[in-house]
Design a protein around this ligand. Structure first.
Ligand code: AP5
Ligand code: MG
Length: 215
């Protein structure tokens, strides 16, 4: 099964992705996590994108297309993938559709997680992210700032400063909504209410996946 998760920064894509890949055995492809790891590792890619990430701006389409081609080509059709944070521009959507044609693959489910702006600002102001594995958590629930998953350090992401969060939301509205519209010309995009506990949101997504499987 191949799944795409759309949603604004802070809508809960990473949180839901962790739950879905666990229950469906898919490979989680978070472009943000891959880029942040490249920065931590000091790789050529990391050095190239570090200032863009810190500023909350988008990495170029050509860099992102090269990355996604490499990553998706390495995942077996039997396992399937879940894209979290890609595509994010019209050109990325078009590039993805072309790439899938080349590989003979399709998208089985496209999910758009919707959360209003005030809730997003509230969520991101309390978020900690693991330096090592990218797992997300909330400051007050994690007093010693150690990741429960891998024991790495949980920190505030550089792009979660209030002014950078606002910029990311603006870029999302201007560039990522149109990317979703391009995908929607080819596939149904299912809008999900992203407010509620992570388990409640996961149940809404699961019922959409079940409907698709039964169709
Ligand atoms: P990326 O890492 O993709 O960031 P994002 O899209 O801005 O989204 P976030 O990771 O901030 O939020 P999320 O939706 O995953 O929410 P989360 O689950 O963490 O991208 C980062 C940067 O990389 C970009 O700005 C860009 O520079 C670059 N980049 C990446 N992909 C790119 C691309 N394709 N093209 C160009 N550049 C690219 O949840 C948020 C918080 O809310 C957490 O604290 C969580 O615990 C909490 N929470 C989650 N669910 C709930 C719930 N139901 N109720 C209450 N709290 C909740
Ligand atoms: Mg995320």
């Amino acid at each position: 099964m191949n799944i795409i998760l759309f949603g604004a920064p802070g809508s809960g894509k990473g949180t839901q992705a962790d739950l879905i890949v666990e229950s469906h055995g898919l490979k989680h492809v978070s472009t943000g996590d891959i880029l942040r790891k490249a920065v931590r590792d000091g790789s050529d890619l990391g050095n190239q994108v570090e200032s863009t990430l810190a500023a909350g701006e988008l990495v170029s389409d050509s860099v992102m297309m090269d990355l996604i081609r490499r990553v998706i080509s390495d995942i077996s059709v039997e396992q399937g993938w879940l894209l979290d944070g890609f595509p994010r521009t019209e050109d990325q959507s078009k590039g993805l559709l072309t790439l899938l044609d080349e590989l003979g693959e399709t998208v089985d489910a496209a999910i758009d997680i919707f959360v209003d702006n005030d809730e997003i600002v509230r969520r991101l102001s309390g978020r900690l992210t693991c330096d090592e594995c990218g797992r997300v958590g909330v400051a007050e629930n994690n007093a010693n700032n150690t990741c429960r998953n891998c024991k790495g350090s949980m920190r505030v992401r550089r792009d979660d400063k209030p002014e950078t969060v606002l910029k990311r939301q603006k870029i999302f509205r201007a560039r990522t909504r149109p990317a979703k519209d391009v995908l929607a010309q080819e596939y149904d995009v299912h809008r999900i209410d992203g407010v509620g506990t992570p388990t409640e949101v996961a149940q809404r997504i699961q019922s959409v996946l079940e409907q698709i499987n039964q169709a």
